[in-house]
Design a protein around this ligand. Structure first.
Ligand code: NAD
Length: 255
């Protein structure tokens, strides 16, 4: 069995936000992390920061919205590292529009990046996991894939619900090959994404619906990824773990 120091973990959208925190945690766990992103320069800076802290990290250019970019990145990974033990499908986009006017181009772009990107990266990663009969596929979904969170998330919420369905399918098909697939459903987390997406009003409404009365931190999502990527999670597959301060479990919070 491999130890973490031999393992290669790819994080998509790893340059900033939740993805950067996940990559940092997996690097701390002793894995070599491939910080992949659409924005190569940002990925380079993030990987450099990890290397300066004594970790093993490399940038990889990967646009999960472009099948050719995914194939090229995995060819590079296969040639350079010869394996991919963990893939964290974290890259995602979100924009809100009223349901009635929801633009088709944003619907297609959101499903392409959030869902099809997850499918294609999981397929490519699984092909590299099969020879070792060990692998961890970890998909970053959202509580918005389990409940309707605020208005305007027609494409985002649907894409994340589909990511959860895809996770179950992957889990059931690859279980006998030693590959697990799980999803994490973060509640709201302070990142560059929510800075743009969440208005002050929405932030206040969201916070009041969370029993812990606060947004999550990227490191709190990374901690759950670390568990799912570990040997300790060998018997956990096909599940979705909310990391949400109790949001999924709560209804009306008044007395
Ligand atoms: P972010 O926008 O802050 O960062 C996303 C990263 O992904 C960026 O580095 C960006 O360059 C990269 N990216 C975007 N499109 C890409 C593409 N096509 N290919 C490769 N990289 C791409 O986002 P975040 O808030 O850190 O969210 C990360 C993941 O967590 C997303 O899937 C998001 O849906 C999910 N999520 C976030 C929250 C939240 O509150 N922040 C809550 C639930 C789920």
């Amino acid at each position: 069995m491999s130890s973490n120091s031999e393992r290669i973990a790819l994080v998509t959208g790893g340059a900033m936000g939740i993805g950067a925190a996940i990559a940092e945690q997996l690097a701390r766990d002793g894995m070599t992390v491939l910080v992949s992103d659409l924005k190569l320069e940002e990925a380079e800076k993030t990987a450099q920061r990890f290397r300066e802290a004594g970790h093993s990290a490399h940038p990889v250019e990967l646009d999960v919205g472009q099948p050719a970019s995914i194939n090229a990145a995995f060819e590079h990974i296969a040639t350079t590292f010869g394996r991919c033990d963990v893939v964290v499908n974290n890259a995602g986009i979100a924009k809100t529009f009223p349901f009635i006017e929801f633009p088709l181009d944003n619907w297609l772009a959101t499903l392409n990046i959030n869902l099809t990107g997850t499918l294609l990266c999981s397929q490519c990663a699984a092909r590299l996991m099969l020879p070792k009969r060990w692998g961890r596929i970890i998909n970053i979904a959202s509580v918005a894939g389990m409940r309707a969170v605020g208005k305007g998330r027609t494409a985002y919420g649907t894409s994340k619900a589909a990511v959860i369905g895809l996770t179950r399918q992957i889990a059931s098909e690859l279980a006998e090959q030693g590959i697990t697939a799980n999803a994490i459903a973060p509640g709201p987390v302070d990142t560059p994404m929510t800075e743009v997406l969440h208005s002050a009003d929405f932030k206040a409404a969201y916070t009041s619906a969370i029993p812990m009365k606060r947004y999550g931190r990227p490191e709190e999502i990374a901690a759950a990824v670390s568990f799912l990527a570990s040997e300790s999670a060998a018997y956990v597959t096909g599940t979705v773990i909310p990391v949400d301060g109790g949001f999924m479990s709560a209804g009306a919070l008044g007395t």
